[in-house]
Ligand binder design. Structure first.
Ligand SMILES: NC(=O)c1ccc[n+]([C@@H]2O[C@H](COP(=O)([O-])OP(=O)(O)OC[C@H]3O[C@@H](n4cnc5c(N)ncnc54)[C@H](OP(=O)(O)O)[C@@H]3O)[C@@H](O)[C@H]2O)c1
Length: 379
């Protein structure tokens, strides 16, 4: 643990050789900075995809964590870990049940799973006067338009005239606008004490959608891989990079709105695939078809060839959002090869049945048929 004593000890070392003193002081200063003041953090959710990464990082940094959820997702995940207090409640009924949060005070609450604006309203009412800072996990889907490369957090958000839709077929298409309204509820309830984090596609350990996972799994299988245009941008974020930064945002009390994704300007489909192949030591080859051909073949961006969105028209800026503000506030990225290897390791841990049923991407048969059509056209 970094203390004044370790810092003074490092200072004493400064009496020795100048070079050694320099590095000892630098290390001590770094340690002092990296051991934050312990916080009481309430995590709404916490046992799904990104939540567990937040919990582990927060506990490792000495924070006290309270979890609030229904106890259905990954029950017992943190059993036996000290510094974690689990409370049970269901936010879905109207009104939600927050009785288990009647006692306690927190420096910060992180609201992970919420799309419905009502959930924020009710959580804020239940916690009134007992929370100093509200961190809302939103999405880049809040934006009204995705056609402008480099757009930052000031871009207009989508809206809806039906803010009370909570389920049924209308709910999913309203994901972005409802998230935007939920952000506004957080601002209303905690003026000057809100952090809104808008991630792009979150990938890696714990992801059950398989949207990125498709690529490492497909490339590990080898052979000829059907791929989107190599130069199209890719903007994804490892769940751990996001979650760890969220905790550091709590520590630093960074307020405001932040896009939180990869550096789209620096990463392309081609690089993603090549680097995945290298990380896995695969001998797969890539055949990059054009957007025009893939759309004509009814190969859907995002679902059939996941992660990819055409870098033109309505989605020209979807994977080129500015993340400059988050980077300035300390968002960092681990090496992409780590994301690839750990995503594969996570996939390998699943049951045989689950592994055989990827939830995104083309089947082997469909991919082969589209590749054959591409060759026929090229020929
Ligand atoms: N995945 C992506 O690529 C992506 C991209 C951009 C933004 N996002 C946003 O990132 C967030 C991801 O959240 P996550 O799923 O990873 O969060 P999480 O905190 O890891 O998991 C979801 C949690 O919510 C709890 N929960 C679900 N329904 C509940 C209810 N009715 N009452 C109380 N608790 C409930 C679940 O536990 P119980 O089931 O036990 O209640 C679970 O702990 C979402 O806000 C999403 O919109 C995701």
């Amino acid at each position: 643990m970094a203390t004044r004593r370790t810092f003074l000890k490092a200072s004493a070392l400064a009496g020795g050789a100048l070079g050694a003193a320099h590095s000892a002081l630098a290390r001590a200063a770094e340690a002092v900075q990296s051991k934050p003041k312990p916080l009481r953090i309430l995590i709404l959710g916490g046992t799904g995809f990104i939540g567990p990464h937040q919990v582990r990082y927060a506990v490792a940094r000495g924070h006290q964590v309270t979890l609030f959820n229904r106890g259905r997702t990954n029950p017992g995940l943190f059993k036996g870990l000290s510094n974690i207090d689990e409370r049970i409640g269901d936010r879905a009924p109207r009104p939600g049940n927050y009785d288990s949060l009647k006692s306690g005070e927190w420096d910060v609450v992180i609201d992970n799973p919420t799309t419905r604006p009502r959930w924020v309203r009710e959580a804020a009412a239940a916690l009134k006067g007992r929370v100093k800072h509200y961190v809302f996990i939103s999405t880049i889907s809040v934006y009204a338009s995705h056609d402008t490369p480099g757009a930052d957090e000031t871009a207009a958000v989508a809206t809806t005239t039906t803010p009370d839709v909570e389920e049924g077929p209308q709910f999913l298409p309203l994901y972005g606008p409802l998230k935007a309204l939920a952000e506004q509820e957080a601002h209303k309830a905690f003026p000057d004490a809100t952090t809104i984090i808008r991630p792009g596609l979150i990938v890696g350990v714990g992801d059950t959608t398989d949207r990125f996972t498709y690529w490492p799994v497909r490339i590990a299988r080898g052979g000829e891989v059907l791929a989107p245009p190599a130069a199209d941008p890719v903007q994804i974020i490892d769940a751990r990079d996001l979650s760890e930064w969220v905790i550091r945002c709590c520590e630093a009390r960074h307020l405001g709105v932040f896009n939180a994704s990869g550096e789209g300007t620096r990463f392309t489909v081609g690089q993603m695939l090549e680097q995945t192949r290298a990380a896995l030591g695969s001998s797969a080859t890539f055949t990059h078809a054009t957007t025009e051909f893939l759309l004509a073949q009814k190969v859907n961006p995002w679902s059939d060839l996941p992660v990819w969105l055409p870098a033109e028209g309505a989605t020209a800026g979807a994977q080129l959002r500015s993340v400059a503000k988050a980077r300035a506030a300390g968002l960092t990225y681990r090496p992409f090869a780590d994301t690839v290897k750990e995503t594969m390791a996570f996939y390998q841990q699943q049951s045989e049945e689950r592994k055989a049923q990827l939830r995104a991407g083309l089947s082997a048969e469909r991919e082969a048929a589209v590749l054959a059509a591409w060759k026929k056209r090229a020929g």
